[in-house]
Each structure stands twice: as structure tokens, then as C-alpha cells.
Design a protein around this ligand. Structure first.
Ligand SMILES: [Zn+2]
Length: 453
């Protein structure tokens, strides 16, 4: 890739010329394309031969590259790191700037924050946005029933009245959606959903412990986080077998054991998928974190490339806080099957038209900021999505979940010029998204890969 050197003069525009354009909405790619950018927005896309490039535009040759919308990590915990509540390290300000830099560097130009300790200064700053940060949409603190997850700031609201009050407070503090957690009882969830919708806020649930995902959807949640689906797919007999299993420390959080017993060819599976379709529920499977848990005995998973860039104490913390410290070899043996089955479910759901979205759950143990988004896209393809469907899940579909479908997630006139330029063709091989060459946000180049020889 070659680019005309940037002058000190204010830029009038940018023309990306020659690459393959992938619009993020699943439309056919356009070869030898051009994208024209003026200020913060895309103004024109089409075949390069038809482009009228105004004088003074900075021309960037993207031949041999693909031009995609910037990726959206639809499940992350960024504000918690920025305010120092997550991942303690000696030099926390250096670490938080390293952490947030990883998103743009890996082509992730927007994040959906699914839980932070508060809606304080860091949260507000992230929402306001900065040139060198990804766009940010956040829930603030999760709402939960008693006893409540142990995360900083999580609010226990154990009756419908308290639930409604908490939603109104969060709405006043400027959250973009409401996130409920694993101990939330049905009556409170119903009240939370009602109050949130009245305030114009969607509700996302990490269900699957007190409530099945299917019950949460029936109570009106708009989005499911993780694939905490299971008992609702099982016969009475298999549910009893599930209940008889040994209890482990973090089963309340990440219990995927129902997948051991699940039959994906069953009428129950079809019914659940139909429910997700009927309700237009978003499903953010966060397969990256599921894999980090279920294959936590595999050093390739707990030591991914790039982990060396993290401070020693953060890596140590990840090992110390792993969710599988009390697991036995047998648990990990089943873990592979549980991962496989939830991926099959995701493939079936996406194939049927369920709105599957890519999200990682960084910075949970071994889920690296930015980089893990590319793991997630590969895992979605491993689940049976086409590379194009995975790209849609990580761009336009995710933008829709963030409530930004009219501004980001596609490369189209009038949209923010948030773009990821990669070497090669991710529509043929999804792993090409890893070969990040250039990242633009709001029409500005925010990352350029060092020249490789
Ligand atoms: Zn999470």
C-alpha cells in the first residue's frame, strides 16, 4: 500500500482507490472500488473507474486490499478498565491507555460496554468520545437480583419497584441500554424491561441461571449475552441429570453443562430459534470468552499470540482469576463438546436468520482487547456462518444492536468514515481481517500498519 504523504495543510478529503469494497451489510463485494471521504463521512462509493475525485484529495491506493466498515466489539468492559476497577497493575494509567489503543489498532472502531462499576467521569468521557478511542455505547452498572454477582458497582434490585427506580436513575445518568445479570428474578426483570422500554432503552440479559434464556426473551429482553441456553432444550430426565452434576465455583456465571445433554435436532431447539426470530432478539454469543473458559486447560488458549504485550501482573491476575480453578480433567473434556454444541446452535440460529452479533467479553481472562475480535469472527465462521455473515455480525448487525445503524456499520454515503483496510480478502478467508493495514475513524487515519517487507 502506498499513500501520498500527508502535508501540514488541512485535508479536504480522502480517496481510497483500487481495493475490494465489502459493505458490511452482506451485499456483493465491489472489486476495483473507490471510497471517497469528506470530513467525517463517506460521500461516495462505487467502481474506481466511475469515481470523480476532487482536486486536493489525499489518494490512498488500496489495491490488493479489502475495505470494510470498522469492526464493532458488541460485548466488552472498557470503562471498568479505564477507571481502574478491572485488572490491577502497577502502572494503571499506562495500562489503560495500552488497553484502549488495542481496539483501533485491530480495526475495532466501536465497542458496546456491557457493564462498568459506575457512570462516572471515565464512562462519560468514553461516551463523549475521543479521536483515538473507539466509539462507545454503555450500560453502566449491571442490575441483578440477590445475592448478585460480585463485580464492582453491580446493583442488587431485588423487587420490581427497586428495579424500576434503578432503571430511571441509570437513564438519567445517560446509559445507552440496560444490562441484567444472572440472579435477576422474573418479576423484577419484567419491571426492568418495562421501565427501560418506557425510557427508550433496550435491555440485554446475561440469563441462564435463575431464568432460562427462553424465559428472559418472553419477558421482553432485546438481546441475549453469551449462549447461556440449555435447560430449556432438555427433557425432564436430562434436566435431572444436569442437576445431579457436581457444583463448581462459577457455575452461576458460566454454566454451559446443559450443552452436554442438548440435542440440536430437537423440536425444542427449533422452538427456541423460532422464538428468537419472532422477537427479533439479538444474540451475542461471545464465543471467545466461552472458549477461554471451556478450553482453559489448553496453553494455546491461555497464551494467545500477543499476550506477552500485557504487564506480568495482569497475566498473573488472569491465571489467578480464571473461572475454572476447581475444574477436573473431565470438565475440560466435556468443555470441548459444550463449546462445539453451542457453536452448532449459533450456526443454526444464524442460518435461520437470528440476529447474531460478534462480541468478545474482553478483558475476561485470556480475551485480549481488539485482537480477540478476530478470534470471534473466526469462531463464528467455525460455527457455520459464512465469512460474509461473520463480517455482517461484526459490523452492520452489531451497529444495529448499538442503536447506531444509521451512522456506522456500513460503508455508504452519509455514514461515518470508520473503515478497516486489510490485506487480502476476508470474504474468502475470514482470518484476513487480522492483516490490518489501515484504520480510519471519522474520516481520519488512526492506525497505519508498519511497512512489512
Ligand atoms: Zn461481559
Amino acid at each position: 500500500m502506498t499513500g501520498v504523504a500527508q502535508t501540514g495543510i488541512a485535508q479536504t478529503g480522502i480517496a481510497l482507490i483500487g481495493g475490494r469494497l465489502v459493505d458490511g451489510c452482506g451485499g456483493p463485494p465491489v472489486d476495483d472500488a473507490a471510497v471517497l471521504i469528506d470530513g467525517e463521512h463517506v460521500t461516495w462509493t462505487g467502481r474506481a473507474a466511475d469515481a470523480l475525485i476532487p482536486d486536493g484529495y489525499r489518494r490512498i491506493d488500496t489495491t490488493g486490499h479489502s475495505m470494510l466498515p470498522g469492526l464493532v466489539d458488541a460485548h466488552a468492559h472498557v470503562a471498568a478498565v479505564m477507571c481502574g476497577a478491572e485488572l490491577q497493575t502497577q502502572d494503571s494509567s499506562a495500562f489503560s491507555s495500552f488497553f484502549i489503543d488495542q481496539f483501533l489498532r485491530f480495526g475495532v472502531t466501536a465497542v458496546r460496554d456491557t457493564g462498568s462499576p459506575d457512570t462516572g467521569p471515565e464512562f462519560q468521557l468514553l461516551r463523549e468520545g475521543r479521536r483515538d478511542w473507539p466509539r462507545f455505547v454503555g450500560s453502566g452498572p449491571n442490575l441483578d437480583g440477590a445475592p448478585g454477582g460480585p463485580w464492582p458497582g453491580l446493583r442488587v434490585v431485588d423487587d420490581p419497584q427497586l428495579g424500576r427506580g434503578a432503571v430511571r436513575e441509570l437513564a438519567a445518568q445517560g446509559v445507552d441500554f440496560v444490562k441484567t445479570y444472572v440472579w435477576m428474578p422474573p418479576a423484577t426483570l419484567a419491571a426492568v424491561v418495562d421501565a427501560a422500554h418506557a425510557a427508550g432503552l433496550p435491555v440485554a440479559a446475561h440469563a441462564g441461571h435463575i431464568l432460562t434464556a427462553d424465559e428472559a426473551v418472553r419477558l421482553g429482553v432485546d438481546a441475549l449475552e453469551h449462549v447461556r441456553i440449555g435447560p430449556e432444550l432438555l427433557s425432564e430426565e436430562k434436566r435431572e441429570a444436569l442437576k445431579a452434576l457436581r457444583t463448581r465455583d462459577y457455575d452461576w456465571l458460566f454454566d454451559f453443562r446443559a450443552w452436554r445433554f442438548a440435542d440440536l435436532a430437537s423440536a425444542e431447539t427449533d422452538r427456541l430459534i423460532q422464538l428468537l426470530l419472532d422477537r427479533r432478539t439479538f444474540l451475542t454469543p461471545t464465543l471467545s470468552v466461552a472458549r477461554a473458559v471451556l478450553m482453559g486447560d489448553d496453553e494455546a488458549i491461555t497464551g494467545p499470540p500477543g499476550i506477552g504485550a500485557l504487564p506480568d501482573d495482569v497475566r498473573e491476575q488472569w491465571h489467578a482469576e480464571s473461572f475454572t480453578l476447581d475444574w477436573e480433567a473431565e470438565d475440560f473434556g466435556w468443555g470441548r463438546i459444550e463449546l462445539q454444541r453451542q457453536m452448532e446452535f449459533v450456526g443454526l440460529a444464524a442460518g435461520a436468520g437470528v440476529r447474531v452479533v460478534a462480541g468478545t467479553d474482553t478483558p475476561n481472562p485470556f480475551v485480549l482487547p481488539g485482537q480477540s475480535m478476530h478470534d470471534e469472527l473466526e469462531l463464528l465462521v467455525g460455527s457455520g456462518l459464512t465469512p460474509m455473515q461473520a463480517i455482517v455480525a461484526g459490523t452492520s448487525q452489531a451497529a444495529d444492536l448499538l442503536g447506531l445503524a444509521d451512522r456506522i456499520g456500513t460503508v455508504r454515503p452519509g455514514y461515518y468514515a470508520d473503515l478497516l483496510i486489510v490485506r487480502g480478502d476476508p470474504v474468502s478467508h475470514i482470518s484476513a481481517t487480522r492483516s490490518v493495514a489501515l484504520v480510519l475513524k471519522s474520516g481520519q487515519v488512526v492506525f497505519t500498519a508498519p511497512k512489512s517487507r
